[in-house]
Ligand binder design. Structure first.
Ligand SMILES: [Zn+2]
Ligand SMILES: [Zn+2]
Length: 129
């Protein structure tokens, strides 16, 4: 089975033996146990690499992070049919859908713009002149 590109985002921390923690990736990867959550997260970024999330609908790239460094309003959607993964704003807020709709209109306009023939001018004669 072909491996599709999965988003690699810091997903959280998992407890490990001896008061240690592992950092988890949204793809399922876990670091080896580390003595602190900061070290675990650094290890994830250094050893595994994490993605910068971009919303697949509205194109948003700036996100808040919570106290352990997770992106707070990012959601990874999985299309089970094709196995695709997409990062979107959590719960697809109306702002996100509005922007997505506007981008779609712009795309439609860009496509149609090339196909529409240039307008032709019709001369209307002024009979009185
Ligand atoms: Zn990963
Ligand atoms: Zn969005």
């Amino acid at each position: 089975m072909a491996e599709t590109a999965r988003p690699h985002l810091f997903a959280g921390l998992a407890p490990a033996a001896g008061d240690k923690v592992r950092a988890c990736c949204t793809c399922g990867y876990r670091t080896s146990p580390r003595v602190s959550r900061v070290r675990a997260r650094n290890a994830l970024e250094a050893d595994h690499g994490t993605s910068l999330p971009t919303c697949g609908l509205c194109g948003r790239t700036r996100w808040e992070r919570d106290e352990i460094g997770r992106y707070t309003d990012v959601e990874v959607l999985t299309d089970d049919q094709v196995g695709d993964h997409m990062i979107v704003c959590r719960d697809a807020p109306s702002r996100c859908r509005d922007l997505a709709a506007r981008r779609q209109v712009d795309l439609d306009r860009a496509v149609l713009g090339d196909a529409t023939p240039p307008p032709t001018l019709r001369m209307i004669r002024n009979r009185d002149k």
